[in-house]
Design a protein around this ligand. Structure first.
Ligand code: V47
Length: 372
């Protein structure tokens, strides 16, 4: 295994297991042995959610004690115009459609202020915006706000710059890094499965391409995040296989900062009738924490989970609550009922509600302030 996480020695809790199939998994965790695919599936299938929560909380405490991280950030989605037609997405629009929009670079700059640490930029795959436009966007932000770290463009967008403008990922990432890009978000991974790729996201970067682009980024010293879009038509097997693929790449590069399980928002796409029930969200967070033994941070993404479930997720293995966000558009286009953005005080309270210590961080997880 590549890069082992540093673990603090803490007392092993005494867990009363109702589901005896969890015991060998727990024994492996305590001995720092890797959990297998079959065991990962058991973590999602079990009804003993309190035991899974305690197991994951133990793993999280070994990694970051009682600390839970958050960032003052803004999400900016420069355009929703997109050549793709992913079947889960309510955000994308075609040119000329009623709600289609394009933000100018000045409009983007107006959404940022020097009080935030991170700006997160993800948008549609625009048919005519040239690659240079994205470079200008990053450079303009960096020039005006040199202290704001720029986390921008999913692997799917980097792949699209190649397909549309013949700029290879090596070239685009080198140029964007020179312009001020610091890290990459984890979107666009969806579910690593040929079956789902064909059905839901034809034409988008597939598993191999997504992983290849993150590997290129990591080799260039660009850290990134990773995600899984769950709660639609995927199986538990596909979810766990996806986590194992991420774990394998992390063994190789050590370049992932955080993993974010993204709960599918039903909106008007109706791949499923209802969103995932909160207890299943919590098991997903816990299984992620237990499987991804080499990725330091697991986010409880309040935008998609809702504020209450996200706060409880901090007792199911998550050690990051993401950020204040500003005006989120992707989940809200799919009718997420969380607020559009949150104040720092609300982030602190959600973490304290979970009996954890809030730590404000920057995009690279440097600690800015601990709220003891
Ligand atoms: O890639 C699209 C997903 C992603 C829906 O890296 C949907 O820190 C749910 O990746 N329901 C973008 N999800 C969001 C994302 C992200 C979010 C927060 C933090 C980070 C990070 C990354 O949103 C897309 C896609 O997987 N998405 N439609 C939907 N209906």
């Amino acid at each position: 295994m590549g890069q082992l996480l540093e673990l603090a020695k803490i007392e092993t809790p005494n867990i009363e297991f109702k589901d005896k199939l969890l015991i060998p998994i727990w024994e492996k965790m305590v001995s720092r042995l890797r959990v297998s695919e079959k065991e990962g599936i058991q973590l999602l299938e079990t009804e003993d959610f309190s035991a899974v929560g305690l197991m994951a909380a133990f793993a999280a405490k070994q990694i970051s004690g009682n600390k839970v991280f958050f960032v003052l950030n803004r999400h900016i989605n420069p355009t929703n115009i997109c050549v793709l037609s992913c079947k889960f997405c309510d955000f994308a629009k075609k040119p000329g459609e009623n709600d289609a929009y394009e933000m100018s670079i000045d409009e983007i700059l107006n959404q940022i202020d020097e009080n935030i640490s991170e700006v997160h930029i993800v948008g549609g795959h625009h048919p005519t915006w040239e690659f240079d436009h994205y470079v200008n966007m990053v450079r303009s932000i960096h020039d005006k706000f040199p202290d704001v770290q720029i986390k921008a463009f999913t692997a799917s967008e980097i792949d699209y710059f190649h397909r549309r403008w013949k700029v290879t990922p090596e070239e685009s990432l080198t140029t964007l890094k020179e312009a001020g890009l610091q890290t990459m978000p984890g979107g666009g991974a969806e579910v690593f499965s040929d079956r789902i790729h064909k059905m839901l996201l034809p034409g988008k970067a597939n598993e191999n391409r997504w992983l290849e682009i993150h590997k290129i980024a990591h080799k260039m010293g660009i850290k990134s995040n990773c995600t899984l879009l769950y709660g639609h038509i995927e199986t538990f097997e596909e979810r766990i296989r996806h986590l194992i693929k991420l774990r394998e790449l992390q063994d190789e590069t050590g370049g992932f900062l955080a993993f974010i399980p993204l709960e599918y928002q039903v909106g008007s796409t109706f791949l499923r009738r209802r969103h995932t029930p909160p207890l299943d969200d919590l098991k997903m967070i816990a299984a992620s924490r237990i499987m991804l033994d080499n990725i330091k941070y697991i986010k409880s993404y309040w935008v998609m989970l809702g504020e209450a479930t996200a706060s409880i997720g901090l007792n199911f293995g998550a050690n990051d609550l993401d950020g204040t966000i500003g005006e989120e558009k992707i989940a809200h286009a799919a009718l997420a009922d969380s607020p559009l953005g949150r104040a720092r005080e609300k982030m602190v309270l959600s973490i304290q509600d979970a009996d954890r210590i809030p730590v404000e961080r920057d995009a690279l997880y440097n600690e800015i302030r601990v709220y003891d």
